[in-house]
Design a binder for this molecule. Structure first.
Ligand code: IMP
Length: 179
């Protein structure tokens, strides 16, 4: 275990199994609608999760990435800025947003609205982690990997000041690392 991690709360094995389950639920939804989704990963945190999910889908789809930022440390600022936009038109399309974690919900609330404003016909969210206690705006993911307590976590895409994204598990960061 990484020396800065206090406790592992989701193991590599848990992630692998849950991604298989999520992929099959999501695939069933789009198969039934006969829709080819545009899967949009929010950079950079969603990358390992997105890779794990999409390799399990057998339906046709397109993928793209967007980069939005709302965090500079361990607390939400409430400002969401688009740093890199998607290159594929979403007009009339079914969009699946892939996110690492929902905390306050501000990021996703604004991103979902942006896609509807741009003419998307259906916008769904899949989030690997959900910190429900952190919510300050009303929004829920359609598919959630794991509900977790209100602690600052790193690994499997999640960072603290750009570090720890490469850890293959989700762990709670030791407080001394950021205090
Ligand atoms: P929200 O707008 O507060 O829901 O923030 C979502 C974003 O905050 C995520 O995409 C992460 O980048 C970041 N974030 C929230 N909680 C954590 C955490 O525990 N560890 C690392 N990043 C986090």
């Amino acid at each position: 275990m990484n020396k800065d991690v206090k406790e592992i709360i989701v193991t590599e094995n848990d992630i692998d199994e849950r991604c298989r389950e999520l992929a099959s639920e999501i695939e069933a939804y789009y198969s039934e609608k006969a829709e080819e989704p545009l899967v949009i990963g929010l950079l950079k945190g969603s990358v390992p999760f997105m890779a794990e999910l999409i390799k399990r889908f057998s339906i046709p789809m397109e993928i793209d990435f967007m980069s939005v930022s709302s965090y500079s440390g361990t607390a939400s600022t409430g400002d969401v800025k688009i740093d890199k936009d998607s290159d594929i038109s979403c007009r009339g399309r079914s969009i699946l947003i892939v996110e690492d974690i929902i905390d306050t919900g501000r990021t996703l609330k604004q991103v979902v609205q942006l896609f509807y404003d741009r003419g998307a016909k259906d916008v769904k969210i899949v989030a690997l982690l959900d910190k429900k206690e952190g919510r300050v705006v009303e929004i829920e993911a359609d598919y959630v990997g794991f509900d977790i307590p209100n602690a600052f976590v790193v690994g499997f895409g999640l960072d603290y000041n750009q570090k720890y994204r490469n850890l293959p598990y989700i762990g709670i960061l030791k407080e001394e690392v950021y205090s």
